[in-house]
Design a protein around this ligand. Sequence first.
Ligand SMILES: *Cc1c(COP(=O)(O)O)cnc(C)c1O
Length: 360
Amino acid sequence: MKVFNFNAGPAMIPQAVMEKAQKEFCDYKGSGCGIMEHSHRHKLFDEILERAISNMREIMGIPDTHAVVFIQGGASMQFAMIPMNLAVAGKPMEFADTGTWSSKAIKEAKLFGDVKVIASSKEEKYTRIPAVDEMKIDEDAAFFHITSNNTIYGTQYQAFPNCPANVPMLADMSSDIMSRKLDVSKFGMIYGGAQKNLGPSGMAVVIIRKDLAERTPANVPTMLRYSTYIDNNSLFNTPPTFGIYIFGLITDWVKDMGGLEVLEGINNKKAETLYAAIDGSDGYYRNPVCPCSRSKMNVVFRLPSEELEAKFIEEAKAAGMIGLKGHRSVGGIRASIYNAMPLEGIERLVSFMQDFKKNN
Ligand SMILES: *Cc1c(COP(=O)(O)O)cnc(C)c1O
């Protein structure tokens, strides 16, 4: 039986991508050795890097003002690199706090200057995104940072705030990058750990407005400066070549699927199907999130008791669905349904949910 993987990250990778990688693993394009064995300066890797970047640019409509770079250390390293590079003396760094990941970004920024949290849903246990038109971003802020999709709480920005023209908006999109259409030019920086929608863990994909990289103070080390990655096309040192290779295959796959327009349609259908099953269960399954903020990537729900939740997870595993346990900090069930999850996986989950409710 095919197993559907609902893990939050590392997460499902499209079957076609894994099969292609397997086929090419020992002998990449007749070169006699695998891609992991080739130099990052070799022409074969250069082609991979260029294609990965140009695919990403095409899929997301990234303007020439922005660079695409690959940085090791995942999204969490960006929490530190952002204030190291983009803090401005005398100006507050502003954040919307929508959960654990936002809080971690805030914590790092505090090491480098004044931080202002201008919107938070902490009091409501992060069950919604604060109203974006009520976010009062200072004209004077160094930047404004949001977490576009909150992987643990199952919330997602449905629309983005309007930042004052001279304040760059930065977004941690780790768990919804490349899942829907958006206007990249509205952002100073978009970044994400790759392991949810973009490939293997350990690497962050960073889309950054080039002029912002000029802000970096002189005492920031070379490997922690955005300009190092931009000026050297992510090849200052040995980059995570395998991660970039898989990321490239995933962007090929997104294009083969018909691009973001098609993918977003499928993602909408998947989320609607699952929320409809929750809402139509007469309260047996409950989604704690404000309907105005429901995530299309991480769908969280509760059952009538923790015992039933544990049973649900066990029996789902036997029915070929793994990774449904909610984050340890909140409990419950979480179905992570990133780009690689086909509608078929949602249909199996929904039919299992109906049977489980009947029997329990
Ligand atoms: C997973 C996740 C992270 C952490 O990513 P790492 O690559 O493990 O550092 C940060 N932000 C969000 C929104 C995430 O979902």
